[in-house]
Design a protein around this ligand. Structure first.
Ligand SMILES: *Cc1c(COP(=O)(O)O)cnc(C)c1O
Length: 434
């Protein structure tokens, strides 16, 4: 890594007041963290003046990159009016109307401040509505850090157990066994096994939580048949289907649910819909959302949140959605396709066994040519994970920021030339991997 004295000095200070100098494991890097100073379009300048092209967009949330004029104006105008009030504001009504208009399975919306909270709230709604205790989720899928939702997100061959009945594995040490007992783990895209596991939970199952393209399970799209099974079985069992669109909302104008043709009962949202500010939203059919209704007495689920639906986020979110037109989705799609084709050719040129998964503006690199279908298949080549981390570090030195697990997210200000610049960085970095 090239010398970055200003970052190094910050990191020395940080280590004294933050564990390992860090507050997000996802951005931790050694030997020291590199600190961002400013962003412009699809580029970030660090505190030592080095400019890199940003291929993560703050982990997929900045679909319009930095300094989009419309978003900036909307946020600044609201800051002048007031950043938060102990009253609702008009923006939350407008943003909800826009989400309802776009997402076919969404009739009503409530806000929180993160995707973690959105998933947590969706689970609470499902439990309150059904009066049941269990949820089911896909092995290896990331849904934020609420205890049941994070179960088995980093299961490993020595802990995950029988594929016919995967073991619910705690992510944080000290997670109560009672939490794990209330989570059923299903294998991704394995229709028969997943259906058998769900049916065995009978009247205990409140909801199935699923992401149509779970990043941590490989960023492989769900099959239509798998999603159809989940919809059919949850309906038959009287359980709710929760779609986690925190990341996949950016797959199309009508969200992942539109693109994949799924009709979930509840949808968890976050990231893109806040226009670059902290956000989460729990959305869905009015019947289920009625557990929040306090008009007839105490609501079945309590929900406040000091900064929920804060007006700066709402106004920035409205502007971000206004900028997300059908044409911008076409542009994002072509950027993603250009990257995937270019990266695949690049790996071939260098004789490196690797592949690109994902769709649209979301892509992930895997340093293996073994077929990837689900979380367990990622472990078929244990070195692949290590190698993609090395690739991320190498392209960072070549001027590209990507996630350490190989995830890339493209943004509307990018052009074909920016994608080609990323590919050139790969070309330079690959021979150095050894
Ligand atoms: C990022 C993410 C979350 C959590 O969102 P935060 O805002 O980081 O809490 C949940 N689910 C998925 C699929 C995500 O990608």
């Amino acid at each position: 890594m090239t010398d970055a004295p200003n970052s190094q000095a910050l990191y020395e200070r940080a280590k004294k007041v933050m564990p390992a100098g860090n507050t997000r494991h996802t951005v931790y890097r050694q030997p020291y963290q590199v600190y961002a100073a400013k962003g412009d379009g699809c580029r970030i300048t660090d505190v030592d003046g080095t400019v890199r092209i940003d291929a993560t967009g703050n982990f997929t949330s900045l679909i319009h990159g930095y300094g989009n004029p419309r978003i900036r104006e909307a946020a600044i105008r609201q800051i002048e009016l007031g950043t938060c009030f102990g009253m609702p504001t008009p923006g939350e009504v407008t943003l909800s109307e826009m989400l309802v208009e776009r997402l076919p399975a969404v009739e009503q919306v409530r806000y929180c401040n993160s995707g973690t909270e959105a998933v947590m709230n969706a689970i609470k709604v499902a439990r309150a509505y059904t009066g049941r205790r269990m949820i089911a989720k896909v092995e290896g899928a990331y849904h934020g850090t609420y205890d049941p939702a994070e179960t088995s997100q980093d299961a490993s061959p020595d802990s995950w157990g029988d594929p016919d009945a995967p073991t619910p594995v705690a992510t944080a040490r000290g997670t109560p066994q009672g939490v794990l007992d209330d989570v059923a783990i299903i294998p991704f895209n394995d229709i028969e096994r997943a259906e058998r596991i769900l049916r065995a939970k009978g009247n205990d199952l409140a909801a199935v939580l699923v992401d149509v393209m779970p990043n941590r399970a490989g960023l492989v799209p769900a099959s239509d048949a798998f999603l159809a099974m989940l919809r059919r079985v949850t309906k038959e069992m009287g359980a709710l289907l929760i779609l986690d669109e925190v990341i996949t909302f950016r797959l199309g104008y009508h969200g992942a649910q539109g693109r994949f043709g799924v009709d979930p009962d509840l949808t968890a949202l976050g990231k893109v819909i806040g226009g670059g500010f902290a956000v989460g939203a729990i959305a869905g059919k009015a019947d289920y959302m009625s557990v929040y209704d306090p008009s007839g007495g105490k609501a079945a689920v309590q929900h406040g949140g000091t900064f929920s639906a804060n007006p700066v986020t709402m106004m920035a979110g409205i502007a971000a959605l206004e900028e997300l037109t059908p044409a911008s989705f076409e542009h994002l799609e072509s950027l993603g396709d250009r990257f995937a084709a270019g990266a695949t050719a690049c790996f071939q040129r260098h004789g490196i066994k690797a592949q690109v998964t994902g769709l649209g503006s979301l892509r992930r690199i895997h340093m293996t040519d073994a077929p990837l279908s689900d979380f367990r298949s990622l472990f078929a080549n244990p070195d692949a994970v290590k190698h993609v981390g090395a690739l991320a570090r190498a392209v960072f030195d070549e001027g590209v920021l990507m996630a350490a697990n190989g995830l890339m997210a493209f943004s509307t200000p990018m052009t074909d030339a920016d994608i080609d610049e990323i590919l050139t960085a790969f070309d330079r970095a690959l021979p150095r991997l050894g």
